[in-house]
Design a protein around this ligand. Structure first.
Ligand code: AMP
Ligand code: MG
Length: 323
């Protein structure tokens, strides 16, 4: 499959996000507990416009919707984003076009689904930290490909674009330049691996994950909090070894497929592992939500050690509950 059009769409989407960040008042409407900005809609519309031209019979599962765009964004801001999309595409665009792209491919019957998070880590985007534009490809329930734009990826002025298809992972400067093939690192020393977790404490259980790091002998390891799926990208590219994501105790919030599909595809193709807390694969066959209890994502080498530490935590929690 030729991913070039999708790579181009992700480059354009990132450029639109940067423009909104620099020049526009950002609409910060709360939908549920999470913010959404006009750039989320612009990014999704640009990516889905490409899918509608290049892969018209494929299914799309994307975070935002046309109805929500009309409902939560006021007319003036809708006009702004429609204008930005028109400038990006180089032709006139109507609000109806945008709504149509936002909902393109929703519920289509196809064995291939494009799983899109137009801005993952919106809080990072708003806070001028890290975020990602992520497009995963799920075929017959398997995350087999993807493209991810990471505007704050370290070492890449303007950010990095990563993509995977056919079991290879590539990275290039998002603003253009030579692509290089990458893979997960071979680092095995638990005291030296680079560990990543969420910035937002409402997103994952900091206390539980700290215990896992302790049990796995990783208290002194380099540690960083970063927003977004960039955590997956770094592991796939050999720029990190462990990403832990355990839900807060009692959290009823499911893990959304679009928060993980592109990242998991990158990590698996790069030779790493991405599993549930019991080591089973993440299950992308169920649509919007992943049925698993958490994510353990690693370069592979250190995976079993971390799973054992997670199991120790779970047993301890179980014992506390029954005492
Ligand atoms: P991160 O930047 O890694 O914390 O991940 C950001 C993503 O986590 C966003 O797409 C949020 O919608 C999602 N998110 C927020 N809260 C939760 C939660 N309690 N459980 C799972 N995902 C969440
Ligand atoms: Mg997200």
């Amino acid at each position: 499959m030729n991913l070039e059009p999708i790579k181009q769409a992700v480059r354009r989407a990132v450029a639109l996000c940067v423009t909104v960040q620099q020049h526009h008042l950002i609409a910060n409407e709360k939908v549920g507990a999470e913010p959404v900005t006009i750039a989320d809609y612009g990014s999704q519309a640009l990516i889905c416009e490409t899918i509608s031209r290049e892969f018209p019979s494929d299914a799309v599962l994307a975070e935002e919707s046309g109805a929500q765009f009309i409902e939560v964004v006021d007319a003036a801001q809708r006009g702004e984003i429609v204008g930005l999309i028109a400038v990006t595409l180089g032709h006139t665009v109507s609000e109806d076009d945008v709504v149509g792209w936002l909902d393109y491919g929703k519920g289509a019957a196809s064995n291939r689904t494009w799983v899109i998070d137009p801005i993952d880590g919106t809080k990072g985007f708003l806070g001028l930290r890290h975020y990602a534009v992520a497009v995963g490809i799920v075929e017959d329930g398997q995350p087999v490909g993807g493209v991810m734009g990471c505007p704050a990826y370290p070492g890449y002025e303007g950010g990095a674009l990563l993509w995977t298809w056919g079991g290879e992972v590539w990275i290039e400067p998002i603003s253009g330049g030579e692509a290089k093939q990458v893979r997960a690192s071979a680092l095995a020393d638990p005291a030296n691996i680079r560990i990543m977790e969420s910035v937002e404490k409402s997103h994952a259980a900091f206390d539980r994950m700290a215990k896992v790091r302790e049990y796995a002998g990783m208290v002194d390891s380099p540690f960083e909090r970063i927003d977004s799926m960039e955590k997956y990208a770094r592991i796939a590219a050999g720029d990190g070894e462990l990403y832990l994501r355990l839900p807060r105790t009692g959290s009823g919030r499911p893990h959304a497929a679009w928060d993980h599909a592109a990242g998991v595809a990158l990590v698996l193709a790069g030779g790493g592992r991405a599993t549930d807390v019991d080591g089973s694969p993440l299950d992308f066959s169920k649509g919007r939500n992943l049925p698993n209890q958490g994510m353990v994502v690693s370069n592979g080498v250190i995976h079993d050690r971390v799973l054992a530490a997670v199991q120790q935590l779970l047993e301890e929690e179980e014992a506390e509950l029954s005492s």
